[in-house]
Design a protein around this ligand. Structure first.
Ligand code: HEC
Length: 711
């Protein structure tokens, strides 16, 4: 980076009273920000443009885009923190966040300022050297959206462009803010709010546009990706990931091609295919890669009863970034029926394969395989499983298709099946990292099977999942197959050689759900885990060198940056999200998991300390058991259908949302009913369920919860 430019831009930061080591002596320079079009562009705070992003490796002190560079490798060339110095890493600062739900964001760091997001779609600008909060923007997402989001109220981050910060909200808005002040510049609604579309992913910048997808395939929506003009917020293009009702006319020939792979009346339940997390952009090819999600409902037998591949579910789709036109696709799971999304993190790299230099795109989608694909043509180069897989034997390289195991389609055999990976995937949204130095990719992998059985009485409802599979009723045969702690459920940090397609080393964790990954030129790999540890391992051999207690489970991926010659490793912490909530005791076996949401930053010699963990109040005695066996059995099924996803299997909390066994309301029929039927806690995300359950059913649920409390 040109030093004088840098100092000039930092002078503006001085004006906004943040520290700027190394450049203070020039503080008298006056810069007219309003004339930024003709003035040196970098004098504007957070001036990031295409050239700067393309040359991101020339300024490793910044983390300019979601995956640090357009390659999405999440590898940093910084090496002040390395395998020899990491032992001296200590806390430099922390920021308390004002939401107590799962945190999943990747912060962006530009010239000493960090832009991060937290649960409920809030955005923070933080002095990256001191941890002083400069401003926070709260888009005030109504609490009702909690129940429209399958998997929690998380947000995975922002994008920065020419003095503005862009991010999207759970209720479907895309927002541009002034990076210096946090003032709103523009806001567009990207979804129909009458439907259960939600946004948790970070927007990406591609060819002058800001691109955003959405989620909602558990609730019956049709997925799409939209590009908006960065300046004005005007829509540039939209690409639907699944076709609509042919009677309405197809948007283009691509939609018509996709429709030929569907049967029945798929549009009634939306079809799904939502692109809720990962994108990658290759500016030289001007291709935007989008990862698409599962079908809506999950079961193909319901969704597309005559079979078919159901394009573009579970696919990587390459689009022309300028026009949004289809270029190629690779479908990881034709006719998906297991919730095997391919929205997972995609990495671009240039690899030498069989003596040839190949431009590849790589992904470990939920389905258990690691894919290396030619990113120019979409041709499959190789695919091997990274975790135990029992739905397919292998991927046939000739056809590019998985060879399915007989009977894995539970919705055709109508048998109850324990399938690996499960709906949480062998790898989910937690980003992996590719180090060009070691040639290895570091994958937050997991063993997390799922019990599938077709819901033969499937009917679309206005509240709750519409996925078409069983609901973990403890009195049902599915309970006998439930995954066991340790035996089935385990997480691994996997170092994988993408050329040889084989494991090089692994570190195993106590439970399956852990954090995203960062690798650095200091021969280090950083990952946080469910047990509240942030750890550093050697990148070449997986030796654990350093670990610190973050006081809360970590899901988000660490990032690294430098200010004033000092390297920082930062991570947003906060336990939560769907697997933590729904799994109950499985991921919270000691009952000690909690959410303490913060941004933490570490540096060599850091001496800050976290305050002591608040002591939990003693649990009240459970209310007296009541209810007949038949009432409790009915309550268990209703609980599984309506409440489990947030309050946990067996009414045992994952540690984030209230443990109903210990809620004073569980002993008070009227208070319980006020919450469940009248929605008195709606603003906090607990909506009324009156549309789908009545007063007797509510009382049956309470009877079941109280029984669980007494066991
Ligand atoms: C989409 C997630 C979600 C679902 C599904 C859900 N809840 Fe909740 N529930 C919440 C949240 C969030 C809170 C906490 C609200 C707050 O902080 O005040 C809550 C709070 C409650 C409380 C108050 C507990 C206390 O001690 O404050 C009760 C009772 C409750 N829920 C019962 C139920 C029942 C019964 C069901 C199923 C019919 C259900 N919930 C389904 C999210 C959910």
């Amino acid at each position: 980076m040109n030093m004088s430019q840098r100092c000039q831009s930092l002078v503006l930061l001085v004006v906004s009273a943040i520290s700027v080591g190394g450049c203070q002596k020039e503080e008298s320079i006056e810069i007219d920000v309003s004339a930024s079009v003709t003035a040196p562009e970098r004098t504007v705070i957070a001036w990031v443009d295409a050239e700067r992003i393309a040359n991101a490796d020339a300024e490793p002190e910044n983390w300019l885009v979601h995956g640090r560079t357009n390659s999405e490798q999440r590898f940093s060339p910084l090496q002040q923190v390395n395998d020899a110095t990491v032992n001296d890493l200590g806390l430099a600062w922390y920021v308390d966040l004002d939401t107590d739900r799962g945190q999943e964001a990747t912060p962006i760091i530009v010239d000493g300022v960090m832009y991060s997001t937290s649960a409920w779609s809030k955005l923070q600008a933080v002095d990256a050297q001191t941890g002083v909060l400069k401003w926070q923007y709260d888009p005030e997402v109504p609490g009702i959206w909690n129940v429209r989001a399958c998997c929690g109220v998380q947000n995975r981050g922002a994008a920065v462009w020419k003095g503005r910060v862009y991010f999207a909200t759970l209720d479907g808005r895309l927002i541009a803010l002034d990076a210096a002040t946090g003032d709103l510049v523009w806001e567009v609604l990207t979804t129909d709010q009458a439907q259960s579309y939600t946004i948790t992913g970070a927007p990406r910048i591609a060819d002058g546009n800001i691109v955003i997808g959405n989620g909602g395939a558990e609730y019956g929506v049709r997925g799409y990706v939209t590009a908006y003009d960065l300046d004005t917020g005007e829509q540039a293009w939209r690409f639907y990931t699944v076709p609509g009702n042919p009677a309405d006319g197809f948007e283009d020939a691509t939609q018509e091609m996709a429709a030929a792979t569907w049967t029945g009346e798929w549009w009634v339940d939306g079809g799904g295919g939502t692109a809720w997390d990962s994108f990658a952009y290759d500016p030289e090819l001007n291709l935007l890669y989008i990862g698409t999600g599962n079908g809506s409902p999950w079961s193909r037998a319901i969704r597309s009863p005559g079979g078919g591949d159901n394009l573009f579910l579970a696919s990587i789709v390459a689009l022309n970034a300028a026009s949004g036109e289809y270029v190629w696709h690779y479908q990881t799971v034709p006719g998906d029926t297991w919730d095997y999304t391919a929205v997972q993190h995609m990495v671009l790299a240039d690899l030498e394969i069989d003596g040839e230099q190949r431009q590849v795109i790589m992904q470990a989608p939920k389905n258990g395989f690691y894919y290396v694909i030619d990113r120019v043509s979409g041709e499959l180069i190789s695919a091997e499983n990274i975790m135990p897989v029992n739905w397919a034997t292998h991927i046939d390289l000739e056809s590019g298709r998985p060879v399915e195991v007989d009977g894995a389609r539970y919705d055709e055999t109508l048998a109850t099946k324990k399938i690996s990976p499960g709906a949480g995937g062998a790898h989910n949204w937690q980003p992996m990292s590719y180090s060009p130095l070691t040639g290895l990719v570091y994958i937050p992998a997991k063993q997390q099977p799922f019990i599938y059985r077709l819901n033969t009485e499937y009917e679309r409802r206005s509240i709750g999942f519409n996925h078409g599979v069983n609901n973990w009723d403890p009195f049902d045969e599915v309970a006998e197959l439930a995954p066991e702690f340790g035996a089935d459920d385990q997480g691994h940090l996997l170092a994988w050689d993408p050329i040889a397609q084989e494991e090089v080393w692994r570190v195993s964790h106590s439970v399956s759900e852990n954090g995203g990954v960062l690798s650095t030129a200091g021969n280090l790999v950083f990952q946080g885990n469910a047990d509240g540890k942030l750890a550093a391992y050697t990148a070449d051999s997986g030796q654990k060198l350093w670990s610190t207690n973050t006081q809360t489970g970590v899901l988000a991926p660490p990032v690294t940056y430098a200010v004033d010659g000092e390297q920082y490793v930062a991570v947003v912490v906060g336990w939560g999200a769907v697997f933590a909530n729904a799994s109950g005791a499985l991921l919270n076996p000691e009952g000690d998991k909690r959410n303490i949401s913060r941004i933490l930053a570490y540096k060599i010699g850091g001496t800050a300390e976290l305050p002591p963990i608040p002591v939990a109040a003693a649990l009240p005695l459970p209310p007296a058991d009541f209810g007949s066996e038949s009432q409790i059995q009915a309550g268990a099924a209703l609980y599984a259908r309506n409440c489990l996803i947030c309050h946990g299997a067996g009414a045992a909390s994952g540690g984030v949302l209230p443990d109903l066994r210990h809620s004073p309301m569980s002993g008070e029929p009227s208070a319980f009913a006020q919450v469940v039927l009248e929605g008195v806690l709606e603003d906090n995300g607990m909506v009324s369920f009156a549309e789908v359950i009545n007063a007797d059913e509510t009382e049956a649920i309470r009877a079941y919860v109280v029984r669980q409390a007494n066991q």
